[in-house]
Design a protein around this ligand. Structure first.
Ligand SMILES: [Zn+2]
Length: 346
């Protein structure tokens, strides 16, 4: 399989791509037609309580499970921001702010716990949403250590009711996946994740849907490029990338239906290609930020309701995918995928 580690410019055209190669995991292959079509839908940042509720309702009515890449600053009250310091940054700095209030955090904790109990996965999007392309292994470990500490103590600090039994064990053992902010990382990332016992990284981009690779002791997933728009140009299967494609990253309230339909058609087209073909898992990344109104959320909702209800489609989490396909069993370890800088999202 081919992972592409490349700097995706703001225009989101591929530039300076550095293809890297790694072996497929044999366990993940299967005979076409007899295996289910996996769809892995994930959310980045996971701040807004309104969108937690909207996504949980979507999961419930569509027979889907999602992976939430949560930024830990949303479990720190703005008044306590000085307690966080990212590598190379001053005390209290965050690129995405902090939680608005203790009540806001209490509600978010409740959403997180309910989502987890409903079968969804909580994974890490680090804390202050910094670009880690120059971070050392020690920098990554520091950020990840902070992350777990913030999650472990959040309920006792901000929860509106007593900490549920199992909360700390959940943080320690179930938060086992990572996606880098801006999909941007340094080569030291994988080694840090492996040392800390993470199971997967989902920060890469691939040319079309690709199987995960097992490299450097953990699984690496890549968001695919998919064909989009009247010219069928490739775009990363993420709302932000379509937002930039459609309107240059600026809100265009007058074209919401058009943008929604284009996003839906792109998701559905890429899905159908796999569903009727090789059945390689199809991944989509969405943010807890509405862009061009809620065009991309509406497209996602239509897509999820359409496909996740099919009997031979499994819309599930990254970890469940690994478990269900048997990929968690040891497979041949191949050399680490060399990573240059990626960066295609927010
Ligand atoms: Zn992000």
């Amino acid at each position: 399989m081919r992972l592409i580690s490349c700097a995706l410019a703001a225009s989101l055209a591929f530039t300076a791509c550095m293809p890297a190669f790694a072996s497929e995991s044999p366990e993940l292959r299967g005979s076409i037609g007899s295996k289910p079509q996996y769809v892995l839908i994930s959310f980045d940042n996971s701040g807004s309580n309104a969108l937690w509720e909207r996504s949980r309702a979507l999961a419930e009515r569509s027979n889907a499970k999602f992976t939430y890449f949560l930024s830990c600053v949303f479990l720190i009250d703005r008044a306590d921001r000085k307690s966080y310091q990212a590598p190379g940054e001053s005390n209290g700095r965050s690129n995405i702010g902090y939680a608005a209030s203790k009540a806001d955090i209490a509600k978010r904790l409740d959403n997180i716990w309910r989502a987890r109990n409903e079968g969804n996965e909580i994974a890490s999007h680090a804390c202050g949403h910094f670009d880690g392309r120059t971070w050392t292994k020690a920098d990554w470990i520091r950020e990840f250590t902070t992350y777990k500490q913030v999650l472990r103590t959040a309920w006792a600090k901000y929860g509106s009711d007593p900490e549920p039994e199992g909360w700390k064990a959940f943080v320690d053992t179930e938060v086992r996946g990572f996606r880098a902010p801006y999909l941007s990382a340094s080569p030291a990332l994988l080694s840090a994740l492996k040392d800390l016992g993470y199971a997967f990284d989902a920060s890469s981009v691939s040319k079309g849907p690709a199987l995960p690779v097992h490299a450097a002791g953990l699984y690496q997933f890549a968001l695919p490029t998919i064909s989009e728009g009247p010219e069928h140009r490739p775009v990363v299967a993420m709302d932000y990338n379509m937002f930039v494609r459609h309107s240059g990253g600026f809100e265009r309230a007058d074209h919401l239906n058009e943008f929604e339909n284009r996003a839906y058609d792109a998701f559905k087209g890429a899905f159908e290609r796999q569903y009727k073909g090789e059945r390689i898992p199809f991944q989509i990344g969405i943010h807890f930020t509405l862009m061009n109104g809620d065009a991309y959320w509406r497209a996602l909702e239509r897509f999820t309701s359409d496909v996740c209800t099919k009997p031979d489609v499994r819309c599930t989490t990254y970890s469940d995918y690994l478990k269900q396909t048997g990929a968690e069993a040891p497979v041949a370890v191949v050399p680490a995928v060399s990573r240059k800088v990626t960066g295609s999202g927010i």
